[in-house]
Write a protein that binds this ligand. Structure first.
Ligand code: F6R
Length: 245
């Protein structure tokens, strides 16, 4: 595991964008695992800038997103599909059909999960998975208590996550109660993982991830077992880690 602690979120974003850019340069056919949320926003904007400088291309790359809400229309302002379009996909040159998201409107959600998993496998698996963490140490929408062997599945979101996501909706009642998420097994099968952690509200979750025992009560604690994990955190998020004090 490599832990990189930087001054602030801006620096985390810049560092993370360089790792993704490096990956694309080394392997233009990279299969990226992508996340949504506040954490990777800055990284996407830096990646768009690097792309606009003609330094990287996404032409041969593929992407799979971690998760999507169940029941939100694709064009809903808070759908993860829309987030990805606005933050990255509309601004770079992925080929049509190269970006995959779980379909939260599928008639048969269980079948959608199985197909999503198969699709990842048929692309040879994920080369580089970008992750954020929740305040309760969730990764993707794998909430505390999720078995590590889980593949892509339908999730009931916890109060803590509904609460955290309510800031994006007009009221907490509007936040979808279910999502489709890659499972922990799916995430752990990625060849490399890049975990980004920004802000003091994630400090406890980062301690649970890196210094606590490995337990399904803190899903991100499993990441310690990954052979190619890079954690990039800002000082505020790393403030409670014993190792760097
Ligand atoms: C997003 C995702 C979530 C977020 C986490 C942190 O695709 O899977 O696990 O990474 O909830 O969200 P932010 O970055 O908004 O604090």
């Amino acid at each position: 595991m490599e832990l990189v602690v930087l001054e602030n979120g801006r620096e985390v974003s810049r560092y993370a964008a360089r790792i993704v850019a490096q990956q694309l340069l080394i392997n233009p056919k990279t299969v990226l695992g992508l996340a949504t949320g506040s954490t990777p926003e800055g990284m996407y904007s830096k990646l768009v800038r690097i792309f606009n400088e003609d330094l990287i291309t996404f032409e041969e790359a593929t992407s799979f997103n971690l998760d999507e809400y169940v029941g939100l229309p694709k064009d809903h302002p808070q759908s993860y599909f829309r987030f990805m379009k606005e933050n990255l996909l509309d601004h770079v040159n992925f080929k049509e059909g190269a970006n995959h998201m779980p379909n939260g409107l599928a008639e048969n959600l269980e079948e959608e999960c199985v197909n999503y998993e198969k699709m990842i496998t048929s692309h040879g698996g994920i080369d580089l998975q970008v992750l954020g963490i929740g305040r309760n140490a969730h990764i993707g929408f794998n909430e505390p208590g999720t078995e590590f062997v889980a593949e892509t599945h339908v999730v009931d979101l916890t109060e803590s996550t509904l609460d955290a996501n309510a800031r994006f909706f007009t009221s907490i009642e509007e936040v979808p109660k279910k999502a489709i998420s890659m499972g922990i097994k799916t995430i752990m099968q990625a060849r490399k993982i890049l975990l980004l952690v920004i802000g003091g509200s994630k400090a406890d979750a980062l301690v649970k991830t890196l210094e606590g025992t490995i337990t399904i009560d803190y899903p991100s604690s499993v990441l310690k077992l990954h052979p190619q994990l890079t954690v990039v955190a800002d000082k505020a998020a790393a403030a409670k880690l014993k190792k760097i004090k």
